[in-house]
Design a protein around this ligand. Sequence first.
Ligand code: MCN
Ligand code: CUN
Length: 798
Amino acid sequence: MTAIEEHPTPMGFGRMHRKEDVRFLRGHGNYVDDIVLPGMLHGAVLRSPHAHAKILSVDTSAAQAHPKVRAVITGETLAGLNLAWMPTLSHDVQAVLATDKVRFQGQEVAFVVAEDRYSARDALELIDVEYEPLPPVVDARHALDEDAPVIRDDIEGRTDNHIFDWEAGDRARTDEVFAAADVVAAADMIYPRVHPAPMETCGAVADLDPVTGKLTMYTTTQAPHAHRTVYALVAGLPEHRIRVVSPDIGGGFGNKVGIYPGYVCAIVGSILTQKPVKWMEDRSENLMSTSFARDYHMHGEIASTKDGKILGIRVKVLADHGAFNGTAQPSKFPAGFFGVFTGSYDIEAAHCEVTGVYTNKAPGGVAYACSFRITEAVYLVERMVDVLAYDLGVDPAHLRMRNLLRAEQFPYLTKTGWEYDSGDYPRALRMAMDMVDYDELRAEQAQRRELNANGESGDLLGIGVAFFTEAVGAGPRKHMDILGLGMADGAELRVHPTGKAVLRLSCQSQGQGHETTFAQIVAEELGIPPDDIDVVHGDTDQTPFGLGTYGSRSTPVSGAATAVVARRVRERARLVASAMLEVSPDDLEWEKGRWFVKGDPEAGKSIQDIAMAAHSSLELPEGVEGHLDATCVYNPPNLTYPFGAYICVVEVDSDTGQVRVRKFVAVDDCGVRINPMIVEGQIHGGLAEGVGMALMQVMAFDEDGNHLGGSFMDYLLPTSLECPSWQLGETVTPSPHHPIGAKGIGESATVGSPAAVVNAVLDALKPYGVRHADMPLTPAAVWRAMQGRPLRPDLAIT
Ligand code: MCN
Ligand code: CUN
């Protein structure tokens, strides 16, 4: 049987091969760098070699004289056009090209437009910039020191590097609970700076038509409509004269949410030269200058009774936001969704404080498969539960089972104000424990530890458990906005006379398979085969407004819009069918693909017949216009809350510190699954990323602020060699407020898996008395954690 036969095209939800793969697998994807326009010029960015320095002068005369150079743009050029600074997604501003100072290594200083990419690069070397180096702030823990250099002296009145303080929860109540608790476990942990590193780097082709004045911007964006509005607001260009096209995107993972200076420079290049200008960054530029993620220094405390009932959680965070606060998180939450740090547990009180600071590093905090800080929050609470288990001397899975929210507690309002929509957490954890043979593994571990304690060498065995609750599908107006824009998303569905259809969406796939799954939603609702439905996205001239794809919001928001719009078409079809069958609409009943007369199933009309009739001269009931189409703007009433139980099994070489992931069981619940194959692919990818973050990924800097991860030789990503064969399980708890009961899944595994891997490694190291160690747990880090800690037989056998 071929793989295709295993997955016949379903008439709705179910496993189905991705429609888009036909073009991807044949090399016919169309990415930004594939776009070639007549007369197109090429841009390149000159970047700062310093983390912090005054710019004394910029001499571009030699570059201007290069025979193939058409324009050289500096901060001064931009200032003349009123474009020197652009807004970030967090009400901060970022220099498009630095004028006064450079604030991180790799910051954009000048832009050359030339006839070809090589000449543009060559000409960069002809630009002479005189810098006066300044001391940099590299370690966020010193950003607020009295004598710390002020990074953002461009902001009037600014005398320090403080960005914001944010808190959530009830401090007084939490302090009370902590004061009365039997046990308080505390730990400091760092979620290091990481980078999404999508396979395709960022770039754009800006094409300003000199005659019509219309700007077409082909660009690697996850949010075409949001970009268009920002360009309109910043550049003062009328919105109807801006078309943002996001063609095929080679992975985003959050890296393609924001607007980068290179995009603005390409637009200005096109304005100045009256030609299309392409700018495509290389790998080092992507790793150095585009949005990073995490960089959270966390102090966690967890209070419990002596027999392990968790009572409260208290957290202090120092957040390193780099040189410009570019967090693409809803402005009403400066610390993003960190407020879900209470995790999946039934607790009495919680409080967190987050302080954001500027440092001389690339801006961002934007995103990396994270749901905007939920990754940090889940990591923190899941490590804290393990630290508590360590202190209490109890099994971490059993401790979780005792404290997880129970099915009857949903909908559950957390102590920080989030309304979890639905779940059965103990069931998911039990399933994961059964799948991994938890008790048997613990027995094997005890045996191994006994051997180790008796002086026999051998790999250490570690079992790590993590449970997570995600909050995805941004989101309800009362909670969030980005630059004042609400979070509703549009969908338009048009059924052609022959019953084929086109669905137009505001969300944007970067590899998630939207062309398939959104067609499947329409198929499920209308009974039109998915292959007969074209999904159009990524072109603001062709699609309805909406804020795009991030925070796993496409299925929760655009997926809901799609179901609603299909149901509207179905109701429209009912009226047409009533005219065709000459019966009252109330006498009709729906079965997938057709309306028929109640009690007379033979008397029915297929959706295809109805579509033809809707476009014909058939006399339609009063008030019913012809054709078969509908639109919807979906305003989600709440986020959706997927969840999962992950168990990771590792073996650690006690001589080298090398960690091998032996087994990984992931039980996920994302409500109703539209395409289980795509869902599993999303989970596989996220698990691999979690292993990467736990064991190898970190964006490091030296003390001068030099970026040490400019290539994949330095910034390590996981490969299949580091990943086991994932074992997946599922439970299905539909979201009660989503039209098809679906919750997002795109980031669940990245959110849940790092803690499972780290917990597993630390479980292996328990006999050495290691209570916590920070990611990434490289062989060197593991080895260091064990040094000076002789094997302790008292801890070895539990
Ligand atoms: N899906 C489903 N049933 C569900 C939930 C989802 O069949 N119950 C399907 C969806 O219809 C979609 C896919 O799974 O085809 C992911 O859906 P969703 O969870 O809605 O996430 P988004 O489509 O909004 O994608 C965004 C999310 C994010 S924020 C990051 S970051 C990430 C991720 O997706 N980036 C990715 N997964 C990625 N996968 C790829 N290949 N490339 C990226 O850049
Ligand atoms: Cu947090 S990365 Mo995704 O939301 O684009």
